[in-house]
Design a protein around this ligand. Structure first.
Ligand code: BGC
Length: 722
């Protein structure tokens, strides 16, 4: 190795010092020598000494410039090579200024704002001493029972890839070394973590190579192509081998095929967990497999630090592998400018100015406006200024609207719905608030108070949902309805016979039985973040016209899961008209279709699509097709429409989906205004993995769909000629 970092550092390091670079530990260890907090459990078990920890390569979860600087300083005083620590944390949807959860950001279909949210998150994180964020999470998700769907932008490969790119650019910028307001990004969880069987977190994943390559890998690849600095392995197995010890995945696909030369980090304890998986006999074998597979950093276990030196001495691991891992970590430190400036962006004074500043909160508010999805509206919304509103439910004035993965955010400073509605209504006395129920409990007193409040109202707004710990990591549910207490609240409010609007706070697509059928209007707010209440109040009062479109289907019921729009065609498809035929692919008790499909969302105005035209009915490799359609705002308010383009390959070399998203445009139209939307289709857009895993297109006929959702489409046909 001729690398200058090798010559300056690696060459002079002992084997123990090198393996210490590969260790990542949570902060409390660095805080108080000798004292162990819950978070450092694994270390305690293994009897790791504070002295050893002093020589770790990176730290997890320190927030705050002063704290970070103290840890870095203490470390540098002890490190004979003067190698600074890397500080990493999960800044997933904001640091202190919390943005809507990623699934909500997915529903905005707004890549620019998504990128801005990452930029703001990076600015706040960097000034508070962080160097790397464990984001974006780009796992493809098709099972809303899995609590971590809230961290993903949804069920579509193409859309997730675009968001992955936008987030990576937002976090990293163009010049990480000199732009101290950015942080390195770490795409996760590689790979296919979103496919956990039964939606149960950490469960088995089993998928074909075609599924993996065609649907699950592209979003990670998009992050890699966008220059992401780090990749985190997933907890699950991929083709029988834990991702963390999976050579094919890490060495062949990620490093060789994709040319990724950044750092690979395990997920929390996922090296050690190979033993529990039954994929390694003991911790030592787990370390052996992980280093051979190409994992550079061991997050929160001592598998590497305790066993790698011994594995090298026994000749089982080539020291070169360790040198390479150390070098990659040092290169990351160098790319962040840490050798010259170990404190990097950390600045206690600027931190006070920048973190949670007005400008950042504006971005959060804008994104919350764009990511709420109007699911139903039968003449109730927007509210009129003079209306007396009874705002009822556990989220009527709750700060629990940040969602999971907002550990640095504060619920206390979140803008609550009730407060914001009072401000937006113009007459606070028109808004009367009652709790109605808890998340999963309800009492006669609460109900009576709610009834009494509602009796005087012109309209009832119910703010209901899941508490934020009902989704996120470890937040799998088998029943994805609202808790029974809240369904009871809805039923009893419905009995009053008044117009009823429901605002939903939740981290996953829900089974909306008992909500959608009862309410006159339903607004999906997700967990909208720090400015959530303000954005929602503006939507409810019509100052903002909702424009979100679902990036993940809402199932009719849990029995359909997984249900997603781009499913494969079957040999016995269900015909559109009713049929007596039993022997077709259907349920005998529920529809095949989800309740609300991918791409769906309403507006306070209406849009009409007309004149779908193609520049030619024939497409060749060098003459792309132009697709044009005119979209008109036929309602009375200005609004944003997301025009979606889908394609179906009628006969493929392997079975192809019913339709696949290939493009979209967002347009803003004034009442009565129309606009021509143009898409270009070229041959590369029609390529997919054939049975031999080569990526090619098939000649023949295709259907092209343009519309307002994956369900509401107009179609035309064209032929690819080679
Ligand atoms: C999660 C990761 C996260 C890591 C560090 C793990 O439990 O799966 O997404 O980045 O913890 O906090």
């Amino acid at each position: 190795m001729t690398n200058h970092l090798y010559n300056k550092y690696v060459k002079n390091m002992t084997l123990e010092e090198k393996t210490a670079q590969l260790l990542q530990l949570a902060a409390p260890f660095f805080d108080k020598p000798g004292e162990h907090s819950e978070i450092t459990g694994p270390m305690e078990e293994l009897g790791i000494q504070y002295e050893t920890l002093r020589s770790a390569g990176s730290v997890l979860g320190v927030a705050g410039a002063e704290k970070m600087m103290a840890v870095q300083k203490a470390h540098l005083e002890n490190d004979r090579h003067g190698i600074p620590l890397l500080f990493m944390a999960d800044i997933v949807h904001g640091f202190k200024t919390i943005f809507p959860i990623p699934l909500a950001i997915g529903s905005s279909w707004n890549l620019e704002l998504a990128g801005q949210s990452a930029e703001v998150a990076a600015r706040e994180a960097a000034v508070s001493g962080l160097h790397v964020t464990f984001a974006p999470m780009v796992d493809l998700v098709r099972d809303p029972r899995w609590g971590r769907v809230m961290e993903s932008t949804g069920e579509d490969t193409y859309l997730n890839g675009l968001f992955a790119e936008a987030f990576v650019h937002g976090f990293q910028g163009d010049d990480l070394r000199n732009d101290l307001t950015r942080v390195a990004a770490c795409v996760k969880h590689f790979a296919a973590y979103g496919l956990a069987e039964g939606g149960r977190d950490y469960n088995t994943v089993d998928l074909s190579e075609r599924q993996l390559r065609e649907y699950y890998l592209p979003a990670y690849k998009a992050a890699v192509d966008a220059g992401v600095k780090m990749v985190m392995t997933s907890f699950n197995i991929v083709d029988g081998i834990p991702a963390t010890g999976n050579r094919k995945l890490l060495r062949e696909i990620l490093r060789k095929e994709w040319g990724f030369d950044g750092v690979i980090i395990s997920d929390w304890a996922s090296i050690k967990e190979m033993v529990a998986h039954g994929a390694a006999e003991d911790d030592k074998e787990a370390a052996l497999q992980a280093i051979q597979a190409g994992v550079d950093i061991d997050m929160m276990t001592t598998s590497y630090i305790n066993h790698l030196p011994e594995l090298v001495q026994e000749g089982l691991v080539d020291e070169k592998l360790i040198d390479e891992a150390v070098l990659r970590i040092l290169e990351l430190k160098e790319s962040l400018g840490l050798f010259e400036n170990p404190m990097r962006g950390a600045d206690p004074a600027a931190e006070k100015e920048i973190v949670f500043c007005g400008e950042h909160r504006q971005v959060a508010r804008k994104l919350a406006e764009k990511s709420s999805v109007l699911l139903k509206n039968e003449g109730v919304l927007p509210l009129e200024p003079g209306q007396r509103v009874s705002l009822i439910g556990p989220f009527a004035n709750s700060g629990d609207i940040l969602g999971w993965w907002s550990w640095t955010g504060s619920k206390e400073t979140a803008v609550k719905l009730g407060d914001a509605m009072k401000a937006a209504s113009g007459n606070p006395s028109h808004i009367v608030i009652a709790e109605g129920s808890g998340i999963d409990s309800i009492s006669e007193d609460q109900l009576n108070e709610a009834r009494k409040t509602a009796a005087k109202a012109d309209v009832i707004v119910l703010a209901v949902g899941e508490s934020s710990d009902m989704s996120g990591e470890g937040g799998s549910r088998s029943n994805i309805k609202l808790p029974e207490a809240q369904l009871e609240l809805i039923r009893s409010m419905k009995e009053l016979g008044k117009p009823l609007a429901v605002v939903l706070f939740n981290g996953r697509p829900l089974d909306l039985h008992g909500v959608y059928d009862q309410a006159d209007a339903v607004l999906e707010a997700w967990f909208p973040g720090s400015e959530g209440g303000a954005a929602l109040a503006d939507i409810l009062y019509g100052k903002v016209n909702p424009s979100g479109r679902l990036s993940m289907s809402f199932p009719y019921s849990v029995g359909q899961i997984p249900v997603y729009y781009n499913s494969f065609r079957t040999g016995r498809p269900k015909p559109e008209q009713e049929t007596e035929n039993r022997y077709i692919s259907k349920y005998i008790d529920i529809p095949n279709e989800p309740l609300l499909p991918f791409g769906f969302g309403l507006s306070y105005t209406t849009f009409e699509y007309e004149d779908l035209t193609l520049s030619s009915e024939v497409l060749t490799a060098d003459t792309p097709l132009e697709v044009k359609i005119t979209v008109k705002n036929t309602g009375l308010r200005a609004g944003t429409e997301t025009v979606q383009l889908y394609v179906c390959d009628i006969a493929g070399q392997v079975v192809r989906p019913v339709k696949e998203l290939k493009g979209f445009r967002q347009i803003e139209l004034d009442p009565g205004e129309s606009s021509e939307v143009v898409f270009r289709i070229d041959e590369t857009l029609l390529r997919y993995h054939h049975s031999d895993m080569t990526i090619r297109s098939d000649r023949g006929e295709f259907i092209l769909y343009v519309g307002a959702s994956s369900r509401d489409v107009r179609e035309a046909r064209f032929t690819l000629v080679k």
